[in-house]
Design a protein around this ligand. Structure first.
Ligand code: GCB
Length: 630
């Protein structure tokens, strides 16, 4: 018996829906790799005022049967169509043209009191003009970061979806742009999920929104999409790799460092890839915190030219020592959350980076831990300029879903994007895999996978993770660092809170340390909460006096730790955290900053500054003695 054609229709509809959903999801992450150094490209900024619609029920995304509007193409409804109401009889329940505005980059929580606690979806819309006659051949949309999930639409059609709140992503839009006005719409969702990276529970505020730069980039048809220029581990060679993208892949590539009168050409292979290994010019000045020398590097092909400012240095470990340019260095560090206390909310720009890293400089730092997620590219570029070594990390924090393959894929993708973004930055010396993760076989295998990826992507830098400290029952004064994950890292780093979460500060004077393998040691966190201006004796919790006493004792203790190579106390500035409700003291702020949320330095700031000054003097003395030695 023949089946009547009509009975196939629901099946065909379902199939179409499935196919569309499949194609929508395969473009889910836009381009695989981002274009290197977007700031050297011709671009139009899409920062500024965007129209927004707060959509807690996601009415702009789903119909009343909870089917996504963007699963059919063309879509018949959905806020991303950005329809304007032209007819007074039309029934339309949204209108971007009259909606409220927010500034991009910027989180929504700190721009509107009503959104302070909001975790959910917000639609963003911005229109912009594009002049096809003036433009280069190809256009790409670049987002510095959107927290946490972004569905991106251009002129009513979906470009794709991106997951992960702190890493950049791009879409090619060459064939999607219209001559004249264009409508760019994002649905941004910052809900927390158990299986996400980070997971549900963190000690920082979950700022939502388009939190970093948005740019419309242009390139020639075939262009230099990526390059890496670095000193090899011996310091004898400059190693260069470049990648072309487009239809003319076999081109001559030229790399120049004009200040060193260096220029070399090579033929890219059929895949557009080229590599060069050049003897280091004898007059190359190494990058270091004392002398953060950057060179202009130009990479050109027959069809394209791009550039960057790059420093050259080596970093390695030798027993318990970290060697920068072959010399042992003590890392005088500080941990930093990417927040601007003056404006409130997520920090994002060059000025923010100068403010935060300027404070670190004033403290006497030569090192900073960018906690607990990738900070903006501006932070890393400013650190390159200012001479601050960096530890960078991804938000693999506390209780990640170690057994979930998707969670692992998510963490791997965030790490890869971060490494690709920053591998030309001399300031970055450490990639950190995780923070305070509970020991288990599944956890260690998860992190080991991240280590393997990182070593493959970037064999030139050191690997670490902020691990935890343990004590045997009844022996609380004896601290042991023996996390099995330490076997895979180059540095043993751990957070410890003796005197704050673990006893009172006098305990610091008593503790003894047993630290695993013969590797350099970094105390990646210690600290105490203090409300700026609150006074008391050294035992009064949340007083500046308590915090200063804890710092005095801890810096003395550091000197008793075998192999200590540096520290990044917790933390430069007070930062927002929902875990800190104590009224009149915390009021939603983690108060462990050395600087209050009003920008005023606390007493402990000066204790650490003093310690760093002495460490610096000691290092200089040792250096001049060794130089004087016969
Ligand atoms: C930690 C975490 C950090 C917290 C800090 C604290 O160990 O790594 O994210 O903010 O302690 O203040 O408790």
């Amino acid at each position: 018996m023949k089946t009547p054609f009509l009975s196939y229709i629901p099946f065909l509809k379902a199939l179409t829906l499935l196919l569309v959903a499949f194609f929508a999801s395969t473009s889910a992450f836009g381009r695989d790799d981002n274009i290197a150094n977007v700031y050297a490209r011709g671009s139009q900024t899409l920062n500024g005022k965007w129209r927004v619609i707060v959509d807690p029920y996601e009415n702009g995304f789903y119909n009343h049967r909870l089917q996504p509007y963007d699963a059919t193409e063309p879509a018949y409804a959905g806020y991303f169509l950005d329809r304007t109401v032209t007819d007074r009889t039309a029934l339309q329940e949204y209108d971007f043209d009259t909606a409220q505005m927010l500034t991009v980059p910027g989180d929504w929580n700190s721009q509107d009191d009503k959104l302070f606690y909001y975790e959910g979806s917000v639609w963003y819309r911005r229109t912009f003009d594009f002049d096809a006659t003036e433009a280069q051949s190809r256009q790409f949309l670049h987002f510095g970061a959107v927290n946490y999930e972004a569905h991106v639409y251009l002129n009513g059609r979906k470009l794709g979806k991106h997951v992960g709140g702190f890493t950049p992503f791009q879409f090619e839009v060459t064939d999607r742009l219209q001559d004249g006005q264009n409508s760019l719409v994002l649905m941004v969702n910052n809900e927390r999920h158990k299986d996400a990276v980070p997971t549900l529970n963190t000690d920082w505020w979950n700022y939502g929104g388009i939190t970093r730069d948005v740019l419309l980039l242009e390139t020639p048809e075939t262009f230099v999409s990526d390059f890496n220029v670095t000193l090899d581990s011996t310091g004898e060679f400059i190693e260069i790799t470049t990648q072309l993208e487009g239809s003319q892949l076999s081109q001559e590539i030229t790399v120049e460092i004009p200040e060193l009168s260096l220029s070399k050409s090579v033929e890219a292979n059929a895949e557009g890839y080229a590599e060069l290994r050049l003897p280091t010019p004898p007059d190359l000045q190494r990058w270091s915190p004392q002398s953060p020398k950057l060179y202009e590097v130009v990479v050109s092909s027959e069809s394209d030219r791009t550039e960057d400012r790059i420093g050259f240095r080596t970093i390695e470990v030798d027993g318990r020592n970290i060697l920068l340019n072959g010399e042992p260095i003590f890392l005088r560090g500080i941990s930093i959350h990417e927040e601007n206390p003056f404006r409130g909310g997520r920090a994002f720009g060059v000025e923010d980076a100068q403010l935060l890293l300027g404070w670190a400089k004033e403290l006497g730092c030569n090192f900073a831990r960018l906690a607990h997620y990738p900070h903006s590219e501006h932070m890393v570029r400013v650190a390159d300029e200012m001479g601050i070594l960096l530890w960078e990390e991804i938000p693999v924090y506390w209780t990640i879903s170690w057994e979930n393959e998707e969670t692992l894929a998510n963490a791997r993708s965030q790490l890869k994007t971060l490494v690709n973004r920053d591998r030309n930055r001399a300031s970055v010396i450490i990639w950190s895999m995780a923070n305070e993760t509970p020991i288990s076989e599944a956890r260690t295998m998860f992190l080991k996978r991240l280590v393997d990826d990182t070593r493959e992507l970037d064999p030139t830098r050191l690997i670490s993770a902020a691990m935890e400290v343990h004590s045997e029952p009844g022996k609380g004064d004896h601290k042991i660092v023996n996390d099995p994950f330490g076997a895979y890292t180059d540095i043993l780093s751990f957070n410890q809170y003796v005197g704050w979460y673990d006893g009172l500060p006098e305990k610091i004077d008593r503790v003894t340390w047993e630290i695993g393998d013969e590797k350099p040691v970094i105390i990646s966190e210690f600290g105490a909460g203090a409300l700026q201006g609150k006074r008391g004796d050294a035992l009064t919790r949340f007083s500046e006096d308590f915090q200063a006493d804890l710092y005095s004792r801890t810096v003395e203790m550091l000197e008793r730790i075998p192999g200590i190579s540096g520290t990044t106390p917790w933390v430069l500035v007070d930062f927002r955290s929902p875990r800190r409700p104590l009224a009149g003291v915390q009021d939603g702020w983690n108060r462990k900053g050395l600087i209050g949320d009003n920008g005023v330095r606390k007493q402990a700031f000066y204790v650490l500054q003093d310690y760093y000054e002495k460490k610096k003097e000691k290092a200089n003395k040792a250096k001049s003695e060794s130089e004087d030695a016969p």
